[in-house]
Design a protein around this ligand. Structure first.
Ligand code: HEM
Ligand SMILES: [Cu+2]
Length: 554
């Protein structure tokens, strides 16, 4: 008797396919990465429109474009959207989810469902925040929500703001736990920590900061909400509370938060530069130690935001010195990128232009940061436009430039098509000129005493503010060639092939776009992710798999 086995049918798929995946509770790390990116970009456009409203108001010294309380709402929403809904989710969630499983040789993140939960907390939190403006009026106390201001401005908007930031903080913590577990526990056999691409180290450091500091913000905001709703007295001076305690707790999160925005950007640039210079990343080991030094020091410098809050002299001294120390590992990274570029066969494409733009802007922002950490200087310019200029040089000139560099670099991986280079360079030029025109004059404004967060100012500042607003207009316009480029190239751009940059990192050792579980066969073992321009006999390839693709790439 012969036995006929039933035809093996494909298991039913629980996940939608095609475009619907991006609107679903997908657990595929690549889908989640793109969800983070597109959602983040949508919020970037909203945050940008809010910035446009701010800069329009500031073209004249009087508040003639919107009422003052609306200005406060717009300013609060702008800061909150840009930090919590654009930069943090994109440099961490978007690129982290897309790249980290490739880099560690895994088929997905350690906790795929938690990953999807982390993403799906973001759209409702963002919508909650934005709609508060239309329903009850948004919060008015800035992204820092300092009491007593946050206790005296309308309560509903402030409570919605707190709820929204708590949801976003939860998302961040889930993401951070997932990245730590994936990097430490999901590495393919044979892959050592010191062989990981630098972005993994950056994300490991960032995630440690996220997990240690975000819960402090959450706790602080919950106490603040008690003060608002239940009239407790944690921070309310009228009830015996202490506003300076709020500032300590807030900055214990929010100084690390600046590294949560910029360390991943460091990692992404460290991936992009070697490939387009055809040189190994200079000083891999010092880069790793610098990241970890920044993590440790980043946790002990928070009170440099509070030099004018009545901090005692010993505290001022400690936090000035600690902040000065942080410039050392940061400087090491800066020189390592320069050394990577030095003597390389550099292709000056859009990804490299944006990366170099980042290096220039970041060093300027770093220098003003070190200046701000000096108490005698800071007491003069604290709460002026000088501080606004400083942090925009770093969060926009740094992180946002790197987001664009990364989109130009990884677009062929995600879509299988190239972005148009001419449009890309035009986009870079407009962004670079617009950005510097917008923010460089703000140093002058601050040094001459223009306070931040105001809709009205002394008429002597009008002309320089108008220059700044023209710069902002250029930045807004620069988005158009970019968006056109993305849409047109995704439909009909030049076919990229699997590895258009002849890169050696593992995400390129598969098809573009990659299959569902990243590689058709076994994940490759990449022991020299930056082995460009090194003679083959000097690289130990004996236990590296995927080396055939590798040697083609060199
Ligand atoms: C690494 C990336 C950095 C980012 C993303 C960043 C971001 C920021 C932000 C957002 C603020 C203003 C916060 C507010 O009041 O709203 C700020 C202020 C400040 N930053 Fe940075 N910063 C960075 C690097 C640095 C560095 C390297 C230093 C010094 C070595 C520094 C020193 C300061 C100081 C002292 C202030 C307080 C100024 C004041 O309010 O008077 N920052 N930074
Ligand atoms: Cu800080």
């Amino acid at each position: 008797m012969t036995l006929t086995l039933p035809q093996q049918s494909k298991p039913p798929s629980l996940q939608p396919t095609g475009w619907l995946r991006y609107l679903s509770f997908s657990v595929d790390h690549k889908v989640i990465g793109l969800q983070y990116l597109v959602c983040g970009f949508a919020f970037y456009l909203i945050g940008g429109a809010l910035a446009g409203a701010i800069r329009t108001e500031l073209t004249s010294p009087v508040a003639d474009f919107m009422p003052r309380d609306v200005y406060n709402q717009v300013l609060t929403l702008h800061g909150t959207v840009m930090i919590f809904l654009w930069i943090v989710p994109v440099v961490n969630g978007a690129f982290g989810n897309y790249l980290i499983p490739f880099y560690v040789g895994a088929r997905d993140m350690a906790f795929p469902r938690l990953n999807a939960v982390a993403f799906w907390l973001i759209p409702p939190a963002g919508l909650l925040l934005i709609t508060s403006y239309f329903i009850t009026g948004a919060a008015q106390s800035g992204w820092t929500a300092y009491p007593p201001l946050s206790l005296t401005t309308p309560a509903t908007g402030q409570i919605i703001w707190i709820l929204s930031v708590l949801l976003l903080g939860g998302s961040s913590i889930f993401g951070g736990i997932n990245f730590i577990a994936t990097i430490l526990k999901l590495r393919r056999p044979g892959l050592k920590l010191m062989q990981l691409p630098m972005y993994c180290w950056a994300m490991l450091g960032t995630s440690i900061l996220v997990v240690l500091s975000t819960p402090v913000l959450a706790g602080t905001l919950i106490l603040l909400s008690f003060d608002i709703v239940a009239h407790t007295g944690f921070f309310n001076p009228g009830m015996g509370g202490n506003v300076v305690v709020y500032q300590h707790l807030f900055w214990f999160y929010s100084h690390p938060a600046v590294y949560i925005m910029v360390l991943p950007a460091f990692g992404l640039v460290s991936e992009i530069l070697p490939i387009h210079c055809r040189k190994p990343l200079f000083g891999y080991t010092t880069m790793v130690y610098s990241i970890m030094a920044i993590v440790v020091l980043g946790l002990v410098v928070w009170a440099h935001h509070m030099f004018t809050s009545g901090t005692p002299p010993w505290m001022r001294l400690f936090f000035t010195i600690a902040t000065a120390f942080i410039a050392v590992p940061t400087g090491i990274k800066f020189f390592n990128w320069l050394a990577t570029l030095w003597g390389g066969k550099i292709s000056l494409n859009s990804a490299v232009l944006f990366s170099c733009g980042f290096i220039i802007n970041f060093v300027l922002g770093g220098i003003t940061g070190v200046a701000l950490a000096q108490v005698p200087f800071d007491v003069h310019v604290h709460d002026t436009y000088f501080v606004v200029a400083h942090f925009h040089y770093i969060v926009y000139g740094g992180s946002v430039f790197v987001i664009f560099a990364s989109i130009y670099h990884w677009f062929p991986k995600v879509t299988g098509r190239m972005l148009d280079e001419k449009l890309g360079r035009f986009h870079f030029l407009l962004t670079f000129i617009g950005f510097n025109l917008c923010f460089a004059p703000q140093h002058w404004l601050g040094l001459n005493g223009m306070p931040r967060r105001v809709a009205e100012y002394d008429p002597q500042f009008a002309f320089v503010n108008q220059i700044s607003s023209v710069g902002a207009l250029l930045m807004a316009l620069s988005t158009l060639p970019f968006l056109w480029n993305v849409f047109a190239s995704a439909r009909s751009g030049e076919i990229a092939g699997d590895n258009p940059w002849r890169a050696l990192t593992p995400e390129w050792l598969t098809t573009s776009p990659p299959p569902v579980e990243n590689w058709k066969g076994e994940p490759p073992l990449v022991t020299h992710p930056y082995g460009y321009g090194i003679p083959a006999d000097q690289i130990d390839l004996k236990d590296a798999s995927g080396s055939d693709l590798w040697s083609n790439g060199r």
